[in-house]
Design a protein around this ligand. Sequence first.
Ligand code: PLP
Length: 921
Amino acid sequence: MFTSDLIALSAEEKRALLARLLQDRAVVAAPQPASSPPPTDLADLHPYEAYVNPYLGATLRAVNMDKRYVRGEGCWLTDDKGTRILDFTGAYGALPFGFNPPEICQAVTDVFAAMEPSFIQPSALEAAGELARRLIEIAPGDLRYVTFTNSGAESVEAAIKLARAATGKLGILSTERSFHGKTLGALSATGRALYQQAFGAPAPHFARIPYGSLRALEETLSRHAGEIAAFIVEPIQGEGGIVVPPLGYLQGARELCTRYGVLLIFDEVQTGLGRTGTLFACNAENVAPDILTLAKALGGGLVPIGAVLCTEACYTAEFALKHTSTFAQNTLCCRVGLRSLELITRNEQELVRQVAENGRALREGLEAIQRKFPELIKAIRGRGYLLGMEFTTDFGAFGRQCLMSFMAEQESLALGLCSYLLNVEHIRMAPTLFGAKVMRIEPPLIATVAECRYFLDALERALTELRACNTPRLFGHLVGRDMPPADATAPRPQRTVARPSADAREGRWGFVAHPLDLESYVDIDSSLAAFSRSEREDLVDRLNNCQLNDLEDTLVIGATRFTSAARETAYGELLAVSHTAEELMNMPGEEAVEKVRKAVRLAHARGAQIVGLGGYTSIVTKNGLYLQDMGIPLTTGNSYTVVSALETVEEVARCRNRALAEMSLAVVGATGSIGRATAILLSEQAGRLLLVGNPKQPERSLERLRRVSEEIVGHLVYLYQQGRAFPDDSLADLLLRRGLLARCADADGQADCVQALQDAGRLRFTVDGDRTLPEIELIVTATSSTHGLLTAENLRPGAVVCDISRPSNVSQEVRAARPDVLALDAGIVELPGRQDLGIAYGLPDGCTYACMAETMIMGLERHYTHGTLGSDLDVRYILHIQRLARKHGFRLAGLQTSGRAVGKADWQRLARAAENGRTCD
Ligand code: PLP
């Protein structure tokens, strides 16, 4: 299958490599189901990845976070290599006293020593009763009964049931970006669609309002209080990104819920029991709920236990007699719960006061770091030992185009930093659940001032590397290399990044491309050159294997604004699907389409009014046709690619001082969208034209080539009817002189004309390039299947090849073997005034690919409808694009070969070779 317009990145090696990889590939198959994780040899995998969670396992492995921890003591872990690691995740709140706290272990031992029975339902359970009484003693307000559970989510489930049973109403109101757990009821209350969609959540009767807005709460309650059983809210949102509501929010919520007869549930699964520097986070506003959920810290970091506390009024016989859970309220966990409460509350809550004090100091330390790196850190939030650091999501905050700038836009920067901190600084951190732009800082409650300082120092070093865009240092550990730290005294790299403006007269475009191969990543982050080729491969593979959020496949590379010769201005962004051509072709068709769809949607969401599909993003979407119903204007940019091919051919003829009509020309890949349109337009000037099709599907190709030949004749007839004059000795000139053009208007007539041109040996089509190409002086090639088409053996001495294809159709080996042949890298154009785009992707400054230029032109024209789509390109539209390109000042970049400009010596060498018929100098 032939096609073209592929984004290229210039190194010859890449082309050779990809050419090899792609040979024999057909263009995208019909959509297929999405893939499962790649099969791997189970024996080589950690049993967790092999048998528990291959997806998470692969992600952890990819970022070297799959350590095997063999020991935990206090805030410290030891891995199987003997490395000591400081834990600052605190098991998301479930590790109040660090690992294996002796007092909690003792509580377990005490149960065994006393031989106290654990599972004896139904009976009057001793430990459960004691723990409930203690919880009620320390709880805020007039909470009266305790229901035990095994987890946070189960606590939320019980809370929902309590509220419904007590009120007889079903509605549960929660907040956006809240997290209440992942069982179906709790998940329905959770404020993130991403976690719900696949599981049929939310269940009916769940609704959400913005967090922190009393106005939204009042509006909803005033209209729907009659249907709402309870409003469930976290006093500080944890997984949503450590978000503290405005002061007075909890108090206001309390008043509103009371006024409207709606129960108030505080979900303190994460914030409860000292985490925020008060025993319960709601203590800070001196507010009490009707129902309070707890879990995590209650288990002392050793056992699973949760609890739901509620007022007398909330506790009904209906609930009491119909809600059970086998493992809940077991003796062992309740004894541990009691010991946990003891540790948290002893000495007048000394530990909690310490968390408040140390937490303040830790926050001040983080704020000091934020002042040093204001461009990287957007916010520090939280209280006590529940803190969050929000990173920028703006690639422009980085002094250089680099992997971290892409990760920032992807909201996955915190993951990269966590991986670095774990592997280089030996500190265990984690992002919050709803996106890796927020790093949680949630050490065990027992973490000391010294441990906080240790963490802050390491964090500052990490940010120094981040500011320096020192990708090798930050990611070297992933490929087993310890790269040098950045020179902290060196000036910060600087670049100016274009920003979208509010000016509606400014055009807005987006272009979606992809790295041609793994080597191409150096073009978009030059510091990756510090790695060897195999290290780069390893690195990119790892980063691509992180299945963190729904944007993991799309990189925002950069933004640009420029003004054209017609004084129109457009702002545009380059996005990349972070899969190589080979990966896109090898993955199931539907998956590839979905990845491109996601990138297009992102480009549109970021403001693009027209989106270009570069390289294989066009191929896998059938030249954009699979995406044409997205409601987003699209173009493949293939029209301008055809223009660039024609202009390259004309330039070659000019440089060789020859008329095209006297040269032998060929279009290889003439059945593909670009090859077909190029052949049709080239026929206006050609005297001898050979169309070459895919030898792998000879019958189909020959049939299509016949159709293209007829289209060629149809085109010439049309021009004739328009009164066009033709060059002497051209195809049309021959038909004209034989009186055939005038008779060619219908289909039969066209077939006669084709026959006449064939009989005269002027228009030929074939799938046998080996036999026919050795006669040809000037070849345009536009295919994605290079195998065996252009070889060292089938090129004429002194031939010129205009190569539109990426990967190149003229391999490195062929170029080396045939120095007498000139292989031109076609399809590259100059921007108006050769302005620098400020985005690096492997082309010289001021140059871009024709397909991208067409997208830019659409943006400059503010022409926001579908442009070039599908494979039957319209010749008139191509010429229209050519006119627009000229109007705006785009033009062919000078002739280039193997990444350098073609010079006089090249033409002399060619002329000598052609004269002598030699294949070498
Ligand atoms: N509620 C809140 C506020 C939480 O933070 C969490 C967990 O992070 C849960 C509920 C769910 O707890 P679990 O994971 O134990 O089910």
